[in-house]
Design a protein around this ligand. Sequence first.
Ligand SMILES: *Cc1c(COP(=O)(O)O)cnc(C)c1O
Length: 362
Amino acid sequence: MIKFLDLYKINQRYRNEIDTTIKRVLDSGWYLSGKENENFCKNFADYCGVKYCIGVANGLDALNIIIKAYGFSTGDEIIVPANTYIASILAISQNGCAPILVEPNIDTYTIDPDLIEEKITSKTKAIMVVHLYGQVVVMDKIWHLSKEYNLKIIEDSAQAHGAMYNGKRTGNLGDASGFSFYPSKDLGALGDGGAITTNDKDLYEKVKAIANYGSYVKYHNIYKGMNSRLDEIQAAVLNVKLKFLDEDNKTRRKIAKFYIENIKSPNIVTPKVNNEDSHVWHVFVIRTKRRNELRKYLEDNGVQTVIHYPIPPHKQVAYKEWNNLSFPVTEKIHNEVLSLPISPVMTKEEVRKVVELVNIWE
Ligand SMILES: *Cc1c(COP(=O)(O)O)cnc(C)c1O
């Protein structure tokens, strides 16, 4: 069986270091908001090339807290891709803001920068870009719009740790960025975790307080904050794994390149890449009109696949008010995508086997 993602095998590579690290935290008697968190935030800020990083409980909280810290709420609009994981959109509506959905580009699957300007109104406060599947959004036009209309750029970097655009990493491409360290992300913890990165000192201070019950000084609450923390054990484990992130991304790139060069089936569309650095291949997503058939065929032949994602946000029960809206590109993507196995622990034989199976599928 070729697993879609073997998390055990991924973490087993640094088992000794992780064991030592967890023991160190346990022995310290200090489990929240301590040295491990501080250390990881410093290292992750350096990695992203930003001044500030704050550890939080998960990726959804990271986005939610950024929006809170900017003070965006009822009556404000935030532009967001229609083709994204639901968390990007939840973070907006949880603050009472209106998510304004924009279609993706069919080649990159990320927000189409040419369709944003027509959606900007006097209520628009921010553009949330989502580096979906691990590929950085094409930013130039979005930077330009943000200046022209005075809009904040919020990055959802949950799927793209380490991806680069014009020599800068995700986390450093907008005003503030949210990361997730959910176990299956390219940088994954042993449970939930998240972070916010920014170069804006005021935002940093505010975000830190909001994540900590809205308080700078214990028992003095300035904001109606949340409790959202990256615990010491997760921070320590992430610190171990961060050292290997670039190497892992390199392996993912090699596998993706092999897939793209060798998958020859006329029924399958392989991903388009802007340039090598811009993609870290959180998932390797192909498209085919016979998606469910291909999925069953691969499963019958011992290859696990996943659909990212089967139902677009505007068709979800949770967003009934949008169910009649039409986003044809988004819908086409949701109907046709299939993610093939990709991970830093996949062997050459496994990758070859997947290609072989896909190429004889008819
Ligand atoms: C995983 C993910 C999130 C949310 O992260 P959690 O840690 O699960 O809360 C947000 N946006 C995208 C695009 C994601 O893939």
